[in-house]
Design a protein around this ligand. Structure first.
Ligand code: TEU
Ligand code: CA
Length: 554
């Protein structure tokens, strides 16, 4: 039987640009990751997922790949990657690379050739369509980064499709040569020792070949069965599984933006031989006004009942049919204490409370760099942001369609924009937070004097140490891997509580996700001797203090 190492594991995501700079050009690099392996080992993590570090013009921070086989010189070279894999393996840390298989950069040789003519080897590597009779786009699909999803190319006199930026043309997965080319890249990196793949927007690879208009032209690209979860998606993923994932025992976690738990079951049921896990987006939408034209920028306060309902639904629907990937933060998400917690009054408490809730669930927890020390959103002004999604969405929604005011957009950006997670890692309180001797490529969060690794580790209320304990529990207690999940108090608007049960064992995971004390009568059955882990000193009162969280053993 194939080893399912990830079921006991916690995986740490590195965003290489912002992690640690060793040659002082202001940009994090691969040897920076290598230098921090001891730090990561001491946290206890089992594997690293490294966001794209391949050759790239970096219009989307590497999610626009120009050469899948080459490390971008900004990060080092292929030998540095090999060295990192060797050094990580020596410490028993696995390496997961990021496979962006839905699109490439327009600077990829594949695309440069493809746009030259309609009848060369690469012509059908991308999705080219003739203009309508009046010269306009083939249909009304919108790009995730604003504007039409089609861009006209003068040489071919055709439009090409891009779900993201103009410089990120979508690959044509209908073409077997494309699929083989991607599998070959995966074989190449397997030969260098990688252990698995995080697969960028893998649910977008199959397109409805009729290319029908969206019913609602204002809609961003999410129309299930049209632009996502297309007709041949399962077929393609199964093929990839059979060609490369299974034969080389590579772990896979796919990004699945519009999948519901029922769709996910089809992607991760081991019997179907597709993926090991998927990242859902559903639970990340609980602070978004549903159906609003402004999409993710239409923010509202977090709905805890909805958060519980969504996560419980994934726990229940996948139980016995597949494995969950658990996360609150990544390079596309804001910092949890600022987004859902209270980064002013209860940074330690809210960071550890959300961590408790997440790490207690059944599945594989992912930790995003800086999450383990409770890094926060930087609260930038508009001019400080870098992200292509933010900029293009601003143009579309604030300037062109005027569906949201500048002030509201900024407020939303400070709360949920992707750049919140991309400021350089805060290592210590020296110059540039110890990230680099030179000016970093992206502004630091000004709070690095108080929030940084060194300070946190020396604090009696260390978030890092709390994560260490959560990870240790994951490694040592079978109940975390195998225990049945049951949500309790589903309608409580502040408390997130559930039990995990394995044979004669029952554990309670409970957290107050508010800044006010809450009654929790279920705690009356427990005393100090039941405590496995908590973020306050235990008090026998049947109440939970602000963001108090506990794991209790019956
Ligand atoms: O993200 C896919 C995706 O759906 C995001 O663009 C999402 O819509 C947005 O972050 C708001 O939730 C992946 C990568 O994680 C992201 O960094 C890339 O920009 C994108 O694909 C294109 O490769
Ligand atoms: Ca560097």
């Amino acid at each position: 039987m194939k080893s399912e190492w990830w079921k006991n594991a916690v995986i740490y995501q590195v965003y290489p640009k912002s992690f640690y700079d060793t040659n002082n050009d202001g940009i994090g690099d691969l040897s920076g990751i290598d230098k921090k392996l001891n730090y990561l080992k001491s946290l206890g993590i089992d594997a690293l997922w490294i966001s794209p570090c391949y050759l790239s013009p970096q219009i989307d921070n590497g999610y626009d790949i120009a050469d899948y086989r080459k490390i971008d010189p900004m990060f080092g070279n292929n030998d540095d990657m090999k060295q990192l894999i060797v050094d990580a393996h020596q410490k028993n840390i696995k390496i997961i690379m990021d496979m962006v298989a839905n699109h490439t950069s327009d600077e990829s040789i594949w695309f440069k050739e493809s746009r030259k003519s309609r009848n060369n080897y690469f012509s059908d590597f991308y999705i080219w369509r003739d203009p309508k009779n009046d010269g306009s786009e083939p249909n009304n699909w919108g790009s995730n980064f604003g504007g039409s999803a089609w861009t006209y190319d003068e040489t071919r006199q055709q439009y090409y499709l891009h779900y993201y930026g103009k410089k990120q043309p979508d690959l044509n997965w209908e073409n077997p040569l494309v699929r083989e080319a991607i599998y070959d890249v995966m074989r190449y990196w397997k030969a260098q020792g990688v252990d698995g793949w995080r697969m960028d927007v893998i649910t977008s690879i199959s397109k409805n070949q009729d290319f029908p208009d969206n019913p609602n032209p204002h809609q961003l690209r999410y129309v299930v069965g049209n632009q996502d979860n297309g007709p041949r998606m399962h077929e393609f993923i199964h093929e990839m599984n059979q060609q490369v994932l299974a034969p080389f025992s590579m772990m896979s976690v796919g990004e699945a933006p519009s999948s519901k738990s029922k769709d996910a079951r089809m992607l991760v049921d081991p019997k179907r031989e597709e993926l090991d896990m998927v990242f859902t987006f559903e639970h990340m939408h609980v602070d978004r006004k549903p159906g609003d034209v402004n999409g993710r920028w239409a923010i509202q306060p977090i709905d805890i009942v909805q958060l519980k309902k969504t996560l419980a639904n994934w726990q229940d629907n996948l139980n016995g049919h597949g494995w969950n990937a658990l996360y609150f933060e990544n390079h596309d998400r804001a910092r949890t204490p600022s987004r859902w917690g209270d980064d002013k009054n209860y940074r330690y408490e809210s960071a550890t409370a959300f961590a408790t809730v997440l790490h207690g669930l059944k599945g594989t927890p992912f930790v995003y760099q800086g999450e383990e020390i409770g890094m926060t959103n930087p609260k930038f002004e508009l001019a400080d942001y870098e992200d292509i999604e933010l900029k293009t969405n601003y143009q579309k929604l604030v300037e062109q369609e005027k569906t949201i005011s500048k002030a509201d957009f900024l407020k939303a950006a400070q709360k949920i924009s992707r750049d919140n997670a991309r400021t350089p890692m805060q290592w210590n309180s020296s110059k540039n937070a110890g990230f680099s001797e030179s000016d970093p490529w992206f502004k630091l969060n000004p709070n690095y004097q108080t929030v940084n690794v060194e300070r946190d580790m020396n604090s009696p209320r260390s978030i890092f140490k709390y994560y260490q304990k959560l990870i240790e529990l994951r490694h040592n207690e079978d109940i975390f891997r195998d225990g049945d999940f049951k949500l309790i108090l589903p309608n409580d608007r502040n408390i997130f509580a559930y039990t995990r049960t394995l044979k004669d064992q029952m554990w309670l995971v409970i957290a107050n996700l508010s800044s006010w004390e809450q009654q929790a009568s279920c705690l009356n059955d427990y005393d100090k001797t039941n405590l496995v882990l908590g973020n306050y000193d235990f008090e026998e009162k049947g109440t939970l203090r602000p963001y108090e969280a506990m794991i209790l053993r019956k």
